[in-house]
Design a binder for this molecule. Structure first.
Ligand SMILES: [Zn+2]
Ligand SMILES: [Zn+2]
Ligand SMILES: [Zn+2]
Length: 736
């Protein structure tokens, strides 16, 4: 028998051809394997049984970094091949795809070589092989070949070339491989200088895979404080770089799922509950019981952290709210004031990728920021269709391009209000379109007229536009990730999204799918006094909710909030021109402020994180407050009464979480009775709250609901662009 087997997906730059070679040889098949455009084409000849086994195992046994989407086998008469060969790539320019592989942290084999003083790559910062190393951040064009990466500047030396050409070698066609003789070189400072500067307490800028990072030792308050001041970052927690898994277990509580995520090839930052330790200064993560940790993604990082011997703060090299810096000239200027020392190298970073962030929620790893190590891995769509671009929301922006039956979600870009982030957003869109070489049929944007992403959509001349409601996009993002066609009851608990009635939504129950939705229920609205200012100052939401519950701000609450502008804000609440909101995120803000936690915040979600941390310390197990019908007045009254009665604030915080979970469940039951729909999709920024999800899931499960969650794609606004493209596709198929 002879079979031509076409494998599609992320199958280049991941050691796929050596794997095919080994598989075919072990099955005694003859034939060949070749990279062709976005695919790998295998031709095998042998018995029917071995050919069938090959077709099965080429998918089931694929290397861990490969992401096989489809395998198609076509039979033809045997041609009498006698051996199995790896053929030269067919660079079919017509067959392109946006399947650029993500970056991969240094594998165990390379780590062992870098630690072995007899190895020729001993302490080589750029060591990598087919199983690891940079991909997305060095790619200039497709197909993924060295000549089309920033490694093209480094011709292979003789020894590296021999490895590169040997199908039995771990570095066979490892496009980013090199050694100290032929590879990139460190510039500015040496590793030894950086280690001693860090040990002294200095702030050091390091050129990482997807951008510059700022490092300092995490155990000294004055170092961390200095970094905060220079970076203008007040309270937002810093992540830590640790040398190895055993250290992380000293610092945080990790279950097996969290440990697995930490050690994954993508090497993300994993959030986990902190243990008491002297290795981490309190300034690292003020106001939260969580710490974010990551293991080294490169040998350079590994040498720095093990050289200093204590955990290091490791944060994006930028000024607050600006994108991570990748350009060497900009870095020199920006870090003149921020860093005491810069460790750089001469290999350009082609594309920006921040460190990814995730956490374990109810036994599953959930991404909160999807960037290095994950992007631009695509998400499977249920069918093929025209190319559609989704430009995302405003905060935590990502963009998404649906091409064929895949949706390619960009790296996390951040908050668009900074001009530099906006430029990165525009560059990313141009990049996605040029990689795919596709003609965009529709540009989908948020309904909010003031979002800069909306303004971009209105100003572009690629394609017609479609405005999509923010929470509809959240719901569909969840459906797409779970390969569920819907309809479902979408429970979308969020901070802020423009509603189709001109109010700010965020406590929504939408019944629908990609083709439409009904706003079936929502949290009763209250004023959002001061708009964006109400988001930065949670005490304003406490005023709004107190007024809704009591008709006045009770004296006890006045005592807690204690702000000279309180009466002005109360007047704003009474003004009919003030925007109203159904947001659950803002209700969390109000309760946190009532508990005296976060009157003012410097990043979105700060108050809710503090409230969750407080609730987690409670030993209450029973029920919560009552959210009567669909408004929050009863719960706010109960919270205020308990506070006045001196009830432990951690119990109050817990009972509030429980009330929000009860509200979700009771509303879902009503909607199921009405619609016969038993599937619930959870999305929106509020579902980053671990405690809430862990309370809610068993309750929904017990009542017979099928629950869809977001893990691979963030439940926050980072997932909105994925929902947008699916809604855009449905719109186009309807209008045909
Ligand atoms: Zn490796
Ligand atoms: Zn070399
Ligand atoms: Zn949202």
């Amino acid at each position: 028998m002879r079979r031509t087997v076409t494998v599609a997906g992320t199958v280049q730059g991941v050691g796929f051809r050596p794997f095919v070679f080994a598989l075919a040889t072990s099955l005694k098949l003859s034939g060949s394997v070749v990279n062709a455009g976005a695919h790998v084409i295998c031709v095998v000849e042998g018995t029917r049984a071995t050919c069938d086994e090959f077709v099965r195992r080429v998918q089931s046994d694929a290397p861990s970094l490969a992401d096989v989407h489809t395998v198609k086998a076509v039979a033809s008469p045997p041609e009498g091949d006698t051996e199995f060969v790896i053929a030269i790539s067919l660079h079919a320019e017509s067959e392109r795809s946006s399947a650029v592989p993500p970056d991969v942290a240094t594998c165990a084999d390379c780590q062992a070589e870098a630690a072995d003083d007899t190895n020729r790559r001993y302490r080589f910062p750029f060591i990598c092989c087919t199983a690891c190393g940079p991909r997305y951040t060095v790619v200039r064009d497709l197909p993924y070949d060295r000549a089309k990466t920033s490694m093209a500047n480094y011709p292979l030396c003789e020894q590296c070339r021999t490895e590169f050409e040997d199908p039995h070698d771990r570095r066979f066609h490892a496009q980013a491989t090199s050694c100290a003789e032929c590879g990139p070189r460190l510039t500015d400072a040496t590793i030894e200088e950086a280690i001693s500067a860090l040990a002294r307490g200095a702030v050091v800028a390091v050129k990482g895979l997807g951008g510059y990072q700022l490092l300092c030792r995490a155990d000294r308050s004055e170092s961390v404080q200095r970094l905060r001041e220079r970076k203008h970052r007040e309270t937002k927690p810093f992540a830590l770089l640790v040398d190895a898994a055993p250290t992380t277990e000293q610092l945080v509580e990790l279950d097996t799922v969290a440990l697995e995520a930490l050690m994954a090839p993508s090497a993300p930052i994993v959030l986990a509950r902190a243990r008491p330790t002297k290795l981490v200064a309190p300034e690292v993560a003020p106001g939260t019981r969580l710490l974010g940790l990551m293991l080294p993604a490169t040998t350079l990082h590994a040498m720095l952290v093990s050289g200093v011997g204590v955990p290091l703060v490791c944060t994006s090299g930028n000024r607050s709210n600006e994108p991570i810096i990748i350009d060497d000239d900009i870095a020199v200027k920006a870090f003149a004031e921020i860093a005491d020392l810069v460790v750089s190298h001469d290999r350009p970073i082609e594309r920006r990728a921040d460190d990814s962030v995730g956490q374990v929620v109810a036994g599953e790893f959930q991404l909160l920021r999807r960037a290095r190590g994950y992007a631009p891995r695509s998400v499977a769509l249920q069918s093929s269709g025209p190319t559609v671009l989704g430009v995302g929301a405003e905060l935590k922006n990502t963009t998404c391009l649906a091409v064929g039956d895949r949706a390619s979600l960009s790296v996390h870009l951040g908050d668009l209000e900074s001009p530099q982030t906006l430029r990165a957003f525009e560059d990313t869109i141009a990049d996605q379109i040029s990689f795919a070489e596709a003609n965009v049929a529709l540009v989908v944007h948020d309904m909010h007229p003031e979002y800069l992403s909306t303004k971009f959509a209105m100003g572009q001349d690629l394609a017609p536009t479609l405005a999509v409601q923010h929470h509809h996009a959240h719901l569909v993002s969840c459906l797409v990730e779970n390969r569920h066609a819907g309809p479902a009851i979408g429970v979308v608990f969020d901070g802020f999204g423009w509603g189709d009635d001109g109010t700010a939504w965020g406590g929504e129950f939408l019944i629908g799918d990609a083709s439409g939705y009904e706003r079936a229920a929502f949290l009763g609205t209250v004023p959002l006094p001061g708009g964006a200012q109400a988001i930065r100052e949670p005490w304003r939401m406490a005023v709004a909710h107190s007024l809704a519950a009591f008709g006045e701000v009770p004296p006890h609450v006045r005592g807690v909030l204690d702000d000279a502008r309180l009466d002005a804000v109360a007047a704003l609440c009474a003004d009919p021109a003030t925007l109203h909101t159904s947001s659950i995120g803002r209700l969390f803000d109000a309760v946190a402020a009532l508990c005296g936690l976060a009157q003012r915040v410097t990043y979105e979600g700060e108050a809710a994180i503090a409230l969750e941390g407080l609730a987690a310390a409670s030993d209450v197990t029973g029920g919560g407050y009552e959210l009567s019908g669909s408004d929050a007045t009863a719960v706010v009254r109960a919270v205020v009464d308990d506070l006045a009665a001196g009830v432990d604030r951690s119990h109050i915080a817990f009972k509030f979480h429980r009330a929000v979970a009860d509200f979700a469940v009771s509303t879902c039951r009503e909607l199921r009775d009405r619609s016969d729909i038993t599937t619930v999709a959870l999305s929106g920024g509020v579902f980053q709250n671990r405690l809430l999800v862990e309370l809610l899931l068993p309750m929904l499960d017990e009542r017979g609901f099928t629950v869809l969650r977001q893990n691979e794609v963030p439940p926050n606004d980072g997932g909105v662009s994925l929902g947008q493209v699916a809604i855009g596709r449905a719109h186009l198929s309807r209008s045909q």
